[in-house]
Ligand binder design. Structure first.
Ligand SMILES: [Zn+2]
Ligand SMILES: [Zn+2]
Length: 482
């Protein structure tokens, strides 16, 4: 059931819907609309009260109370009286309460009788009451409770407390529920103004370093996420509506601190390195410096940091750590990439060119997932840098490729026997048969080259090294990035 909404303050409504969405959310204040009542359905096989059709004193009493109430309405209380001053009020619109109260009380009574012995009696009954209460609609905030709702509450309260067939513990739980729901004035809503929550959240969104490459793709998720809603209920059994509450500002701030810590400890330069994703160190270093400066400036802008201080401090500390980490690791990463200028005399290294060096840098990064293989790979490249031990280099390269295959394909076979595993692996990655064939041909000839030139004799022609190294790296990249 989608309730009908009657707009009281059209200006504000139009403004809210017509894209003044600088806050990212559109809020319509409860002061600016009323929700009209709608009919509810009884449970299937509805049974009228036992006294039907000659109603007893209790049931007749409801009818009498309702008529007396409607005669006075809206001069029944100070809040409803305010309705007399507005142009959208028209008493005739509320005439439905003359029958609605009686009907909904009887329907609810029927639901209580039918459900009280069921296992899920509490949910069945309270959901029905909740569904009924909603059907009474809602006056704009400030104009009092929905007309007639108090008579409904009082009647259900007396039905439950006087019922003979309901055990005392169940009575107590239902009466507590009615007390909570039925007297909002006794339990004023602690909901924080949504605007304050949105503002708090938006500030976090602007302060958290989403501009850093490894956080970038998380931003859309967090921009749409609403961390200030909690206690989302199970759907109502009858109208399937879900209820939720907004959190307090304190809870939101605590939540933002937790989210900050969770994000920066699970994704950072160190985790990027172990996942083989730490590339282009010098660019990242610049981004970290810019981003941390941005944080400092934001902190200056909101001089009184109040609730933001906690997570801003955590972020500042994190930035210092990250910058230090990058500074420390950068020289190591560049040392292990062989030099294309072989020696100081300017003779270039015959074993690699700048394209080879790029591939080596990439493979070194990718192999961070497998530290033992990475170690072997780095040692091979240190030899390459010296321009000697070519046989050893090719041996090491072959082993790196073989071990990487075992690790990536989860197959312990020797390289010559990996064809079935390669086919399965690449087809799972959506690669074509032709692609698999090329890959396999390269591996096949690579194995043959090694068997005849590397394994069994020392006669490696230095002018062939670069080509073989490049083939190995090309295969490694294809395998590790698939
Ligand atoms: Zn009766
Ligand atoms: Zn009233």
């Amino acid at each position: 059931m989608t309730p009908t909404i009657n707009i009281i303050n059209e200006d504000k409504f139009v403004r809210a819907l017509s894209g003044c969405s600088d806050k990212g959310f559109r809020i319509i204040d409860g002061k600016d609309f009323e929700i009209l009542q709608y009919d509810t359905k009884p449970l299937d096989n509805y049974t009228p009260p036992p006294c039907f059709p000659d109603y007893c004193d209790f049931h007749n009493g409801i009818k009498v109370d309702t008529h007396e109430y409607f005669d006075k309405f809206p001069e029944c209380c100070a809040k409803h009286k305010k309705l007399l001053q507005v142009n959208w009020f028209n008493k005739g619109k509320y005439e439905y309460i003359k029958t609605k109260i009686f009907d909904t009380v009887c329907y609810t009574q029927d639901c209580i009788n039918k459900s009280i012995k069921n296992r899920s009696w509490y949910k069945e009954i309270t959901d029905y009451i909740d569904y009924t209460i909603r059907s009474y609609g809602q006056l704009p905030i400030g104009y009092g409770p929905s007309p007639g709702i108090q008579i409904y509450y009082n009647s259900i309260e007396s039905i439950i407390s006087q019922a003979k067939g309901i055990p005392n513990n169940k009575k107590q739980k239902l009466l507590e529920y009615l007390d909570q729901e039925g007297t909002p004035s006794k339990h004023p809503s602690k909901n924080t103004d949504l605007n304050i929550l949105i503002d708090t959240y938006k500030k976090w969104l602007s302060i958290f370093p989403f501009e850093l490459p490894f956080f970038k793709n998380l931003k859309p998720y967090f921009s749409k996420h609403l961390p200030f809603i909690e206690n989302i209920s199970e759907p109502n059994l009858y109208d399937h509506l879900v209820r939720a509450k907004t959190v307090s500002k304190e809870r939101l701030v605590k939540h933002l601190l937790d989210a900050t810590i969770e994000l920066i400890t699970s994704i950072n330069c160190s985790t990027q390195y172990t996942e083989g994703k730490l590339e282009n160190i010098s660019k990242l270093e610049i981004e970290l410096i810019l981003s941390s400066r941005n944080l400092e400036l934001q902190a200056l802008k909101y001089k009184t940091l109040d609730d933001r201080k906690q997570y801003t401090d955590v972020l500042k500390e994190w930035f210092n750590g990250e910058k230090k980490f990058i500074k420390e690791i950068a020289p190591h990463l560049s040392n292990i990439i062989p030099n294309t200028d072989w020696n100081k005399d300017g003779n270039s290294n015959p074993a690699i060119n700048s394209h080879s060096a790029d591939m080596i840098s990439k493979v070194t990064t990718l192999l961070a997932r497998y530290p033992k293989i990475q170690e072997l790979y780095i040692s091979a490249n240190l030899k390459l840098n010296e321009g000697k031990y070519f046989r050893n280099i090719l041996d090491d390269y072959r082993l790196v490729l073989e071990l990487s295959m075992k690790a990536v394909l989860s197959s312990e076979k020797s390289m010559e026997n990996q064809r079935p595993a390669i086919n399965i692996f690449f087809s799972q990655k959506g690669k074509s048969v032709q692609h698999m064939n090329i890959f396999w041909q390269v591996i096949d000839f690579y194995c043959k080259y090694n068997n005849s030139n590397v394994k069994h004799n020392d006669a490696v022609n230095p002018s062939e090294i670069r080509f073989i190294v490049d083939q190995s790296n090309n295969c490694l990249i294809e395998l590790l990035t698939a």
